[in-house]
Structure formats: structure tokens, C-alpha cells
Design a protein around this ligand. Structure first.
Ligand SMILES: [Zn+2]
Length: 478
């Protein structure tokens, strides 16, 4: 029996050694061999070898520490272009063993992530140093004035004057902060009595068109395309049917929308409010008493009535929060034309809908996980963000899908490889740690100086920036 067990052990050891040898021929960097534990069985001691889970974690951590500088370098080389979209998500932060509650992402006009950080609370104050990091990066690139619009999921945060928002202080080319049309539409739709109310679908469509108006030329072009396609197949398509199809959500990428002037949105919303207030739930074919679509005020202040939410959105519209910040041709980019159907696919330069698409991707990281450590989540996030940005680069034709990752090209896993210097900027939970330890205070101080200078006028702001640069230069050791 003992002889049979020894034979089995010898077989297994042989397979293990062959595996390592095989790995050595495929991966000359020898990382696996360095990390692989010696073969051990019960016969060699009182316990078995360390669990494979631990080995895998060690391999991952060792490899990641060499890859991380490349992931960060890829992030901090990016600039957001003319438009920044900032938005927070709660799901991931809630699963990480840390006191941070929100993960804030900053995306650029090309839908790439340019920075992200974990913070506590969803106000703008804790992310000010994150935006200041970005400002410093853009200054170094000579692109600071390229940023002309900043969107926030929290809109103007009820400010009377949106030009006093911190986003406008940080980016001198941006004159105020903007709110996202889709968030405003969703807030209105959610401020109703129930999700299966018979009037809700029509209400949602009316609210959508009141805030984001479909560009009629795109609708017409799509209609013509559908009618031509039907004709080629020997069928007739009624223009009204073609129009309905063109406005279908499935073709949203081909119909650009416009955020019209504030007064137009406000008038549209007042019209929608009156229409659904009057017809509220009255169904001649139903015997049940009509139920109101509009929600009354809740007992606690957190649940606002539909009317209050409308008033709030109209106030924002009047301030111009929902109006497009740039002229229409600059608000969208043509990504490609579908080769077969010749249907154009546009990408919106502004809005924070792109952030929502990213959230649903990163949220998958915590599927089936109840709790995860901050460092572990940070590494997974950096990898996921790199993959997201790489996909966008491929989409925009900046690189091929088969191009090796930078750490492969640099043979970062080979012994003796020199990693690029770790960038100054902090991301994710590294940011949160530094924020809590007051390590980002210089960025906060720079912001406070900018804010003060802004209140004194643009001229003095330039003087402050110049004096700050001089002071930094003098502070540097010779
Ligand atoms: Zn607003």
C-alpha cells in the first residue's frame, strides 16, 4: 500500500516538474519558476503544501506589482479632450473593506477613463484633489484650456450661479458645470407612483423628447434608409412606420439628440406636466378607479412629489444646465458607418451616459463577492479600466485589437526589467488612502488659491498661478 502511494507521489512529482519545464519554454521570464513552491507531500512533513489559492494569489500579486506602473502610465497619458464627464457609483465601494462609499470616475469625450478614485460621500469636495491632479496633468501637456465643458451627475447642486461650481474654477476654459440630460429624464420618470402605470411609457417618451430632442435630419436620413432597404427587398414601408422605427431605442446610436436652449426645455416640460396631470390614469375602458401617475410628497423630505421634481428640473433648465455646451456639430463624433447598411454610428461627446455604461462593466467585478480588500479591488479595477480604454482605442482606430499590452512589449515580467517610474497621480483606493492621510493637501491648497483668485477676477488668477509655479521651482532642492 505504502509502495503504491509512493509511486503515485512520484508520478505526480514528475507531472509537476514537467509542467514547470513546459512553462519555462513558453515563458522565458521564469516568473512562475521563481514563485513555484517545491513539491511537497504528506510523506515530506506533517502538513501538505500551501493551498493553490494562496499560490495563485502570490503569482497574481507578484505579476501585478510589475504591471501596475504600465497600467498607471496608460491612464495618466490620456487627456479628456473638450469634454469631461464625472460620475459616482456606490455598488463596488459597498463591497470593499474600507470606509469609502463611492467610486468616482472621470471620462473624456472619447469615452476613455482619465482618472478614478474611491471617496467617502457623494458630494464634490472629496474629489476636488482628483480633478486638480487632472488639471496638473493637462497643464504639463499644454492642454489645460482644451476642456470646455464639465458634466456632473449632481448637476449644479442647486447653485443659483452654476459658474461658481468648483469644476469651472479648476478648468479655466470651462465657464460653468452642466447636468446630464439622461439623469434628469430618469429622475422625472422615477418620481411617479409605480413602474407599471398604464401612462408611464407615454410619459417617459414625452419627458425624453422634452429634454433631449432628436435631430430631425438624422431621423429623416434613417427613414430614407429603411424605406430604401424595404424597396430593395420588394416591399413598401409606410413613412410613419419608418419614422417609428428610426426613433426606436435600438437605433439611438444613429440619431443624435440636441439639448435645446433652457427656455425651450422649460416650456416643453411645463407642457408635458400639464398633459399628464390632466389625463392622469383615466381609462374609459377600465372599471377600476384611476390611479394618479404623479406621486404626492412623501412623509419624509427625501421623497419629493412629481411636481416638486418637475419644478426642480425646470429651474435647472432655466439656468441652462441641460442645454448643450458646444455647437451641435461638436457635440457628437462619427464613430463609423455600418459597412452593409451604411447606417452611421455616433458617439456623444458630452453627457454622463457613457459613465453608466462603464459602471455596469466594473460592477461585474463584485458579482458573487460579498467583501473584498481595497488593494485587491484596486488591482482588478486598474486592469478593468485598462481593458475598457483599450477597447475604446481599438474602436477609434488608435490601435489594433491584436497589439500586445505595453508590459508584454517591455518584457516587464522578465528578471531585471526596469519598470517605468510610477506616476505622481493617485487612483482608486490609493487616492483614498492619501486623501485620508492629508497627502493630497497641496492639491486642495492649490484649489483654494484658485478659487480665491477666481473670485478676484481672471487677471489675478493668472498671477497666482505664476507665483505658485515660481514657488514650486524655488522649493525644489538644487
Ligand atoms: Zn442644475
Amino acid at each position: 500500500m505504502r509502495a503504491a502511494a509512493a509511486l503515485r507521489d512520484a508520478d505526480a512529482k514528475g507531472a509537476y516538474d514537467a509542467f514547470l519545464e513546459d512553462a519555462a519554454s513558453c515563458h522565458p521570464e521564469q516568473l512562475l519558476q521563481q514563485l513555484a513552491l517545491p513539491w511537497a507531500t504528506r510523506a515530506h512533513g506533517s502538513h501538505l503544501s500551501v493551498s493553490s489559492d494562496d499560490v495563485l494569489r502570490r503569482v497574481f500579486n507578484a505579476a501585478f506589482s510589475r504591471i501596475k506602473p504600465y497600467l498607471l502610465a496608460d491612464l495618466v497619458r490620456r487627456d479628456p479632450g473638450c469634454c469631461i464627464s464625472g460620475d459616482g457609483t456606490f455598488k463596488i465601494a459597498g463591497r470593499v473593506t474600507s470606509s469609502a462609499t463611492v467610486l468616482h470616475f472621470i471620462l473624456g469625450a472619447d469615452h476613455c477613463v482619465v482618472a478614478f478614485a474611491a471617496v467617502k460621500g457623494d458630494g464634490f469636495t472629496p474629489v476636488i484633489p482628483l480633478y486638480m491632479q487632472l488639471r496638473r496633468r493637462l497643464e504639463a501637456m499644454g492642454k489645460l484650456f482644451d476642456v470646455q465643458a464639465v458634466y456632473s451627475d449632481r448637476c449644479c447642486e442647486q447653485r443659483n450661479d452654476p459658474s461658481t461650481a468648483p469644476q469651472a474654477v479648476i478648468f479655466p476654459g470651462c465657464r460653468r458645470v452642466w447636468g446630464d440630460g439622461w439623469h434628469a429624464i430618469n429622475t422625472l420618470i422615477e418620481a411617479t407612483t409605480r413602474s407599471n402605470h398604464p401612462d408611464l411609457q407615454a410619459f417617459a417618451a414625452a419627458v425624453g423628447k422634452a429634454i433631449r430632442v432628436p435631430h430631425q435630419e438624422d431621423v429623416e436620413a434613417l427613414k430614407r434608409l429603411f424605406i430604401d432597404q424595404a424597396r430593395q427587398q420588394g416591399q413598401m414601408l409606410h413613412p410613419d412606420v419608418a419614422e417609428l422605427r428610426a426613433l426606436n431605442r435600438g437605433y439611438a446610436e444613429s440619431v443624435r439628440t440636441v439639448g435645446p436652449p433652457g427656455s425651450v426645455i422649460a416650456a416643453n416640460l411645463r407642457r408635458v406636466f400639464a398633459k399628464f396631470d390632466k389625463n392622469d390614469g383615466e381609462r374609459p375602458d377600465s372599471k377600476a378607479p384611476p390611479e394618479r401617475l404623479y406621486r404626492p410628497s412623501g412623509r419624509d423630505k427625501s421623497q419629493r412629489s412629481t411636481e416638486e421634481v418637475f419644478e426642480n428640473t425646470i429651474r435647472c433648465a432655466d439656468k441652462g444646465c441641460l442645454t448643450d455646451p458646444l455647437p451641435f456639430p461638436r457635440m457628437h463624433t462619427l464613430l463609423r458607418v455600418m459597412p452593409k447598411t451604411k447606417r452611421p454610428i455616433y458617439r456623444s461627446v458630452g453627457q454622463t451616459v457613457k459613465n453608466e455604461a462603464l459602471h455596469s462593466k466594473v460592477n461585474k467585478l463584485v458579482d458573487g463577492i460579498s467583501k473584498v480588500g481595497a488593494d485587491s479591488m484596486n488591482s482588478r479595477l486598474l486592469l478593468r479600466v485598462f481593458a475598457h480604454n483599450r477597447q475604446r482605442d481599438v474602436e477609434w482606430g488608435r490601435c489594433s485589437a491584436h497589439e500586445p499590452c505595453p508590459w508584454i512589449t517591455a518584457r516587464a515580467l522578465c528578471p531585471g526589467a526596469e519598470p517605468p517610474p510610477e506616476p505622481q497621480e493617485r487612483m482608486g483606493w490609493d487616492y483614498y488612502r492619501d486623501l485620508c492621510n492629508q497627502q493630497l493637501k497641496d492639491l486642495q491648497d492649490m484649489y483654494d488659491e484658485l478659487k480665491h483668485a477666481n473670485s478676484k477676477g481672471i487677471e489675478s488668477m493668472h498671477m497666482v498661478v505664476r507665483s505658485m509655479v515660481l514657488r514650486k521651482m524655488q522649493a525644489k532642492p538644487v
